[in-house]
Design a protein around this ligand. Structure first.
Ligand code: MG
Length: 389
C-alpha cells in the first residue's frame, strides 16, 4: 500500500459576488482570512502540501504568503477556472504525483480545526471520501413556485455540508473525468463524487466552521476567534507635492486626466502618501520618508498603492488593523469628484477594509495659497487603527 500523502487544494478564486471577491483578504485579527485558513492546514499534521487556486489578480499576493506567513507546505498558487469544478481541476493538476488523497477546503473557512481535518482525512482514508458536515438546526422547507411551502423534509436526515471534503485522488480524477465527458459542472465536490456513484462519508464537525460569505460572518468569525478588547489609536498625515508638466496626475491610485502631474521621486500620489503617514503615525512607526526614502532607487516611480500595501503589512505584523480613514485633497483643479469612488476602492483594497471605511474628499482653497495658484496639491488624512489587547 502506498504511503499516505494528502494534498490540500484551497479554492480562493470564487466569484464571491456577495462580498466583492475580496473576502479572502479581509483582515481577522490583523491577518487575511486566507492566511488563517492556510495556517490551520499548515499546522495540521496529516496535510502534506497545499495548493491554492486564485484569480489572476491575486496570484502574486497569495504566493507571497508562503514567506510572509511561514507556510512551508504551500507548494503553489495556480490560476482558477470559470467554475469551481474547473478551479479544483486546475489545483488537482498542480499537486505532487505522490499524493494519495486530496482535501478540498474553502479559502474562506478559517475556523476549521486541525482535529476536524484529521478526523475527516481518517474517514476518507477508510471510506474513499468524507466531508465535514453538521446536522441542520433549522427546519427546512421546500418552496413551491407560488412562494408558499410545498413540503417539509424530515430534519433528522438533513445535514449541511462544509469543507474539508477529502477524497482518494484516483477516484476524484475519475469522477472529474466522468463529469467532463457528460458535460456536468458541480458546485460541490461531494456532489461530483456522488454523481460518479461513489459513497461519501459524513463526518460531524462543529458549527464554528463557517464560510465567510457576508460581512456579518466577519463579526461572527472575530468573536469565535476569541477576539479580546480592542484598543484604538489615532493618526494624522499631511503631504504636499508640486505640480509640473510632463507628469501623470495620480491620486489614490487613479490616473486623473490633467495637463500637469505631481512631481516626486515615487508616483507622487499625494493622497496615498497622506494616508500612509496617518497609518504609520497611528502605529508609532515614524513616517514614509523613513520607510521609503527618496534617495532609494527602488522607489523611483513607485506605485504608492503598493507602498500602502507594504505599510498595511508593517501594521499587521504588529497586530494593527485599520478602522477607518478620512482624507481631504486640496487642489484648485481639476474636478476630482468623478474619480473619488475609485480612489476609495483602491485605498480600501490596499488597507484590507470595506470601501465604506475609507472616505476621500476634495476641496479647493478658493484660489488662495500654493494650491489655489495651481503650484501644487496637498492632502490631509486621519485614521483610526485597532489593536487587540
Ligand atoms: Mg509625498
Amino acid at each position: 500500500m502506498r504511503k499516505r500523502f494528502v494534498s490540500a487544494i484551497v479554492p480562493a478564486a470564487g466569484s464571491a459576488t456577495r462580498m466583492g471577491g475580496e473576502k479572502q483578504r479581509l483582515l481577522l485579527k490583523g491577518r487575511p482570512v486566507l492566511a488563517h485558513t492556510l495556517t490551520v492546514l499548515q499546522n495540521t499534521l496529516v496535510i502534506d502540501e497545499i495548493v491554492v487556486v486564485a484569480r489572476a489578480a491575486d496570484l502574486e499576493e497569495f504566493s507571497a504568503y508562503k514567506e510572509r506567513f511561514k507556510l512551508t507546505k504551500l507548494k503553489s498558487v495556480v490560476l482558477g477556472g470559470d467554475s469551481r469544478q474547473q478551479s479544483v481541476s486546475n489545483g488537482l493538476a498542480a499537486i505532487s504525483s505522490e499524493a494519495t488523497m486530496v482535501a478540498v477546503h474553502d479559502g474562506a473557512r478559517p475556523l476549521v480545526t486541525a482535529e476536524e481535518i484529521e478526523r475527516i482525512v481518517a474517514a476518507a482514508e477508510e471510506h474513499g471520501a468524507a466531508t465535514a458536515a453538521t446536522p441542520v438546526k433549522d427546519t427546512l422547507k421546500i418552496a413551491g413556485e407560488d412562494g408558499t411551502v410545498a413540503a417539509t423534509p424530515d430534519r433528522s436526515t438533513l445535514w449541511a455540508v462544509q469543507t474539508p471534503q477529502v477524497f482518494w485522488c484516483d477516484r476524484y480524477r475519475d469522477a472529474l473525468k466522468k463529469a467532463a465527458v457528460d458535460g456536468r459542472d458541480f458546485t460541490d465536490d461531494c456532489q461530483l463524487f456522488e454523481y460518479s456513484g461513489y459513497a461519501v462519508h459524513l463526518v460531524q464537525t462543529g458549527y464554528q466552521n463557517i464560510k465567510i460569505t457576508t460581512p456579518e460572518d466577519m463579526a461572527v468569525a472575530h468573536g469565535l476567534l476569541g477576539g479580546g478588547e480592542m484598543e484604538m489609536r489615532i493618526g494624522h498625515g499631511y503631504d504636499v507635492h508640486r505640480l509640473a508638466e510632463g507628469r501623470a496626475l495620480i491620486l489614490g491610485g487613479v490616473t486623473v486626466p490633467y495637463e500637469k502631474g505631481l512631481l516626486g521621486h515615487s508616483d507622487a500620489d499625494v493622497l496615498t502618501h497622506a494616508v500612509m503617514d496617518a497609518l504609520l503615525g497611528a502605529a508609532g512607526l515614524h513616517d514614509i520618508g523613513c520607510w521609503f526614502p527618496d534617495t532609494d532607487e527602488r522607489f523611483r516611480g513607485a506605485d504608492s498603492i503598493k507602498l500602502l500595501e507594504h505599510v498595511i503589512a508593517l501594521l499587521a505584523e504588529r497586530g494593527f488593523t485599520v478602522g477607518n480613514v478620512d482624507a481631504t485633497v486640496l487642489a484648485q483643479a481639476p474636478k476630482l469628484l468623478p474619480y473619488i469612488d475609485t480612489m476609495r476602492e483602491n485605498l480600501a483594497r490596499a488597507c484590507g477594509v470595506k470601501t465604506s471605511a475609507v472616505n476621500v474628499k476634495a476641496t479647493t482653497e478658493e484660489k488662495m495659497g500654493f494650491t489655489g495658484a495651481g503650484d501644487g496639491m496637498a492632502a490631509h488624512a486621519v485614521c483610526i487603527i485597532k489593536e487587540e489587547v
